[in-house]
Design a protein around this ligand. Structure first.
Ligand code: ADP
Length: 220
Protein backbone atom coordinates (compact mmCIF):
# COMPACT_ATOMS: atom_id res chain seq x y z
CA UNK A 1 0.00 0.00 0.00
CA UNK A 2 3.11 2.17 -0.02
CA UNK A 3 2.27 4.55 -2.81
CA UNK A 4 -1.28 3.41 -3.46
CA UNK A 5 -2.75 6.04 -1.18
CA UNK A 6 -1.38 9.08 -2.96
CA UNK A 7 -2.36 10.36 -6.41
CA UNK A 8 -0.90 7.37 -8.17
CA UNK A 9 -1.16 5.20 -11.26
CA UNK A 10 0.15 1.77 -12.22
CA UNK A 11 1.62 1.51 -15.71
CA UNK A 12 2.05 -2.06 -16.96
CA UNK A 13 4.45 -2.43 -19.90
CA UNK A 14 7.20 0.14 -20.26
CA UNK A 15 7.64 0.10 -24.04
CA UNK A 16 7.65 3.34 -26.01
CA UNK A 17 4.03 4.20 -25.21
CA UNK A 18 4.03 3.10 -21.55
CA UNK A 19 7.36 4.78 -20.90
CA UNK A 20 6.38 8.18 -22.22
CA UNK A 21 3.01 7.94 -20.46
CA UNK A 22 4.72 7.08 -17.16
CA UNK A 23 7.28 9.87 -17.53
CA UNK A 24 4.60 12.43 -18.33
CA UNK A 25 2.59 11.38 -15.27
CA UNK A 26 5.71 11.76 -13.11
CA UNK A 27 6.40 15.18 -14.59
CA UNK A 28 2.93 16.34 -13.66
CA UNK A 29 3.29 15.14 -10.07
CA UNK A 30 1.59 11.75 -10.16
CA UNK A 31 3.27 8.79 -8.48
CA UNK A 32 3.85 5.87 -10.84
CA UNK A 33 4.37 2.19 -10.14
CA UNK A 34 5.86 0.75 -13.33
CA UNK A 35 5.68 -2.97 -14.05
CA UNK A 36 7.48 -4.80 -16.83
CA UNK A 37 8.47 -8.40 -17.40
CA UNK A 38 11.81 -7.42 -18.89
CA UNK A 39 14.65 -7.03 -16.39
CA UNK A 40 16.69 -4.59 -18.49
CA UNK A 41 13.67 -2.34 -19.02
CA UNK A 42 12.98 -2.36 -15.29
CA UNK A 43 16.62 -1.43 -14.56
CA UNK A 44 16.52 1.50 -16.94
CA UNK A 45 13.52 3.03 -15.15
CA UNK A 46 14.88 2.56 -11.64
CA UNK A 47 15.40 6.20 -10.72
CA UNK A 48 12.84 7.58 -13.17
CA UNK A 49 9.58 6.33 -11.65
CA UNK A 50 8.40 6.21 -8.04
CA UNK A 51 8.77 2.44 -8.09
CA UNK A 52 9.57 -0.10 -10.81
CA UNK A 53 9.12 -3.82 -10.45
CA UNK A 54 9.81 -6.80 -12.65
CA UNK A 55 6.74 -8.99 -12.87
CA UNK A 56 4.59 -10.90 -15.32
CA UNK A 57 1.29 -9.02 -15.25
CA UNK A 58 -0.66 -11.98 -16.61
CA UNK A 59 -0.21 -13.66 -13.21
CA UNK A 60 -2.87 -12.67 -10.72
CA UNK A 61 -0.70 -13.61 -7.75
CA UNK A 62 2.11 -11.34 -8.94
CA UNK A 63 -0.20 -8.33 -9.20
CA UNK A 64 -1.73 -9.08 -5.82
CA UNK A 65 1.71 -9.18 -4.22
CA UNK A 66 2.40 -5.75 -5.70
CA UNK A 67 -0.89 -4.51 -4.23
CA UNK A 68 -2.09 -3.46 -7.68
CA UNK A 69 -5.64 -4.07 -6.43
CA UNK A 70 -5.16 -1.13 -4.05
CA UNK A 71 -4.75 1.38 -6.85
CA UNK A 72 -7.61 3.34 -8.40
CA UNK A 73 -6.11 3.56 -11.88
CA UNK A 74 -4.11 1.08 -13.94
CA UNK A 75 -2.92 1.44 -17.54
CA UNK A 76 -2.17 -1.65 -19.64
CA UNK A 77 0.44 -0.38 -22.08
CA UNK A 78 1.34 -3.77 -23.53
CA UNK A 79 0.70 -3.66 -27.26
CA UNK A 80 2.50 -6.12 -29.47
CA UNK A 81 1.81 -9.11 -27.25
CA UNK A 82 -1.96 -9.07 -27.61
CA UNK A 83 -2.39 -12.19 -25.54
CA UNK A 84 -0.45 -10.71 -22.61
CA UNK A 85 -2.51 -7.52 -22.90
CA UNK A 86 -5.82 -9.38 -22.78
CA UNK A 87 -4.78 -11.68 -19.95
CA UNK A 88 -3.53 -8.70 -17.95
CA UNK A 89 -6.78 -6.81 -18.48
CA UNK A 90 -8.72 -9.86 -17.36
CA UNK A 91 -6.65 -10.16 -14.16
CA UNK A 92 -7.16 -6.45 -13.39
CA UNK A 93 -10.92 -6.81 -13.83
CA UNK A 94 -10.80 -9.86 -11.56
CA UNK A 95 -8.96 -7.71 -8.96
CA UNK A 96 -11.75 -5.13 -9.32
CA UNK A 97 -9.46 -2.22 -10.19
CA UNK A 98 -11.95 0.70 -10.47
CA UNK A 99 -10.52 2.36 -13.59
CA UNK A 100 -8.59 0.42 -16.22
CA UNK A 101 -7.09 1.97 -19.34
CA UNK A 102 -5.67 -0.24 -22.09
CA UNK A 103 -3.87 0.40 -25.33
CA UNK A 104 -5.09 -1.52 -28.38
CA UNK A 105 -2.93 -2.15 -31.44
CA UNK A 106 -5.84 -2.80 -33.80
CA UNK A 107 -9.66 -2.93 -34.01
CA UNK A 108 -9.93 -6.59 -33.01
CA UNK A 109 -7.72 -6.14 -30.00
CA UNK A 110 -9.74 -3.08 -29.00
CA UNK A 111 -13.04 -4.89 -29.39
CA UNK A 112 -11.94 -7.73 -27.12
CA UNK A 113 -10.74 -5.30 -24.45
CA UNK A 114 -14.09 -3.50 -24.61
CA UNK A 115 -16.02 -6.77 -24.44
CA UNK A 116 -14.04 -7.75 -21.36
CA UNK A 117 -15.18 -4.54 -19.68
CA UNK A 118 -12.02 -2.41 -19.81
CA UNK A 119 -13.19 1.12 -19.04
CA UNK A 120 -11.06 3.10 -21.49
CA UNK A 121 -9.63 1.55 -24.64
CA UNK A 122 -7.24 3.76 -26.58
CA UNK A 123 -5.79 3.43 -30.07
CA UNK A 124 -2.67 5.63 -29.92
CA UNK A 125 -1.45 4.94 -33.44
CA UNK A 126 -4.81 5.39 -35.10
CA UNK A 127 -5.51 8.57 -33.15
CA UNK A 128 -2.06 10.01 -33.75
CA UNK A 129 -2.33 9.20 -37.46
CA UNK A 130 -5.59 11.12 -37.75
CA UNK A 131 -4.19 14.01 -35.81
CA UNK A 132 -1.01 14.23 -37.86
CA UNK A 133 -3.09 14.18 -41.07
CA UNK A 134 -4.41 17.62 -40.11
CA UNK A 135 -0.92 18.90 -39.47
CA UNK A 136 0.40 17.48 -42.75
CA UNK A 137 -2.42 19.13 -44.66
CA UNK A 138 -1.04 22.34 -43.25
CA UNK A 139 -4.38 23.75 -42.19
CA UNK A 140 -3.72 23.61 -38.47
CA UNK A 141 -0.59 23.96 -36.33
CA UNK A 142 -2.12 21.64 -33.79
CA UNK A 143 -5.31 19.66 -33.81
CA UNK A 144 -7.25 17.51 -31.36
CA UNK A 145 -10.59 15.82 -31.83
CA UNK A 146 -11.78 16.10 -28.22
CA UNK A 147 -14.40 13.47 -28.86
CA UNK A 148 -16.06 12.16 -32.02
CA UNK A 149 -17.52 15.18 -33.78
CA UNK A 150 -15.97 17.94 -31.66
CA UNK A 151 -12.53 19.39 -32.23
CA UNK A 152 -10.00 21.97 -31.15
CA UNK A 153 -7.41 23.52 -33.47
CA UNK A 154 -4.53 25.95 -33.20
CA UNK A 155 -4.46 28.10 -36.35
CA UNK A 156 -3.43 31.43 -37.85
CA UNK A 157 -6.44 33.78 -37.87
CA UNK A 158 -7.95 34.08 -41.37
CA UNK A 159 -8.27 37.53 -42.86
CA UNK A 160 -12.00 37.86 -42.29
CA UNK A 161 -11.62 37.96 -38.49
CA UNK A 162 -8.48 40.10 -38.31
CA UNK A 163 -8.68 43.68 -37.07
CA UNK A 164 -12.28 43.50 -35.81
CA UNK A 165 -13.41 42.72 -32.25
CA UNK A 166 -14.40 39.03 -32.28
CA UNK A 167 -17.85 39.95 -30.97
CA UNK A 168 -18.55 41.81 -34.20
CA UNK A 169 -17.40 39.10 -36.60
CA UNK A 170 -20.38 36.72 -36.25
CA UNK A 171 -18.08 33.71 -36.69
CA UNK A 172 -20.21 31.71 -34.28
CA UNK A 173 -23.28 32.17 -36.42
CA UNK A 174 -21.59 31.95 -39.80
CA UNK A 175 -18.96 29.29 -39.15
CA UNK A 176 -20.25 27.56 -36.02
CA UNK A 177 -16.92 27.84 -34.20
CA UNK A 178 -15.71 29.77 -31.16
CA UNK A 179 -12.33 31.45 -30.70
CA UNK A 180 -11.39 30.54 -27.14
CA UNK A 181 -7.86 31.90 -26.83
CA UNK A 182 -5.23 33.90 -28.68
CA UNK A 183 -1.54 34.62 -28.54
CA UNK A 184 0.56 37.37 -30.08
CA UNK A 185 4.24 36.84 -30.88
CA UNK A 186 5.36 38.58 -27.69
CA UNK A 187 2.71 37.42 -25.27
CA UNK A 188 1.44 34.29 -23.55
CA UNK A 189 -1.87 32.64 -24.37
CA UNK A 190 -4.89 34.59 -23.14
CA UNK A 191 -8.60 33.82 -23.11
CA UNK A 192 -10.46 35.54 -25.90
CA UNK A 193 -13.65 37.55 -25.38
CA UNK A 194 -15.95 39.70 -27.48
CA UNK A 195 -13.54 42.65 -27.36
CA UNK A 196 -10.49 40.66 -28.46
CA UNK A 197 -8.94 41.82 -31.72
CA UNK A 198 -6.56 39.44 -33.48
CA UNK A 199 -4.08 40.42 -36.15
CA UNK A 200 -1.85 38.85 -38.74
CA UNK A 201 0.96 36.94 -37.02
CA UNK A 202 -1.21 35.99 -34.04
CA UNK A 203 -2.24 32.45 -33.26
CA UNK A 204 -5.74 31.45 -32.17
CA UNK A 205 -7.37 28.42 -30.60
CA UNK A 206 -10.75 27.49 -32.03
CA UNK A 207 -13.29 24.89 -30.89
CA UNK A 208 -16.45 23.56 -32.46
CA UNK A 209 -17.96 20.67 -34.41
CA UNK A 210 -15.18 18.85 -36.29
CA UNK A 211 -16.51 19.70 -39.77
CA UNK A 212 -16.80 23.40 -38.97
CA UNK A 213 -13.37 23.51 -37.35
CA UNK A 214 -11.86 21.84 -40.41
CA UNK A 215 -13.60 24.23 -42.77
CA UNK A 216 -12.58 27.29 -40.75
CA UNK A 217 -8.97 26.10 -40.57
CA UNK A 218 -8.84 26.07 -44.37
CA UNK A 219 -9.64 29.79 -44.65
CA UNK A 220 -6.74 32.10 -45.37
P1 ADP B 1 5.29 -0.06 -27.56
O1 ADP B 1 4.75 -0.30 -28.94
O2 ADP B 1 4.60 1.06 -26.84
O3 ADP B 1 6.78 0.07 -27.48
P2 ADP B 1 5.38 -2.82 -26.75
O4 ADP B 1 4.21 -3.70 -26.87
O5 ADP B 1 6.48 -2.98 -27.73
O6 ADP B 1 4.85 -1.33 -26.71
O7 ADP B 1 6.05 -2.96 -25.30
C1 ADP B 1 5.33 -3.41 -24.25
C2 ADP B 1 6.16 -3.61 -22.97
O8 ADP B 1 5.38 -4.49 -22.16
C3 ADP B 1 7.51 -4.25 -23.17
O9 ADP B 1 8.49 -3.50 -22.44
C4 ADP B 1 7.33 -5.66 -22.59
O10 ADP B 1 8.50 -6.11 -21.92
C5 ADP B 1 6.20 -5.47 -21.60
N1 ADP B 1 5.44 -6.70 -21.39
C6 ADP B 1 5.02 -7.59 -22.33
N2 ADP B 1 4.37 -8.61 -21.76
C7 ADP B 1 4.35 -8.36 -20.43
C8 ADP B 1 3.82 -9.07 -19.29
N3 ADP B 1 3.18 -10.23 -19.41
N4 ADP B 1 3.99 -8.49 -18.07
C9 ADP B 1 4.63 -7.32 -17.93
N5 ADP B 1 5.15 -6.63 -18.94
C10 ADP B 1 5.02 -7.13 -20.19
Amino acid sequence: RRIAEADSVVVIGLGRFGASLAEELMASGTEVLGIDVDEETVQSFNSVLTQVVRADSTKEEALRQLAVDQFDRVVVAIGDDVQASILTASVLLQLKVPVIWAKAVNEQHGRILEQLGVHHVIFPEKEMGRRVAHLVRGAAMDYLEVEKGYALAKIAPPELIRGTPLGQTSIRKTYGITVTAFKTLQEQWRNADNQTVVNEGDTILIVGPTKQVEAFAQLR
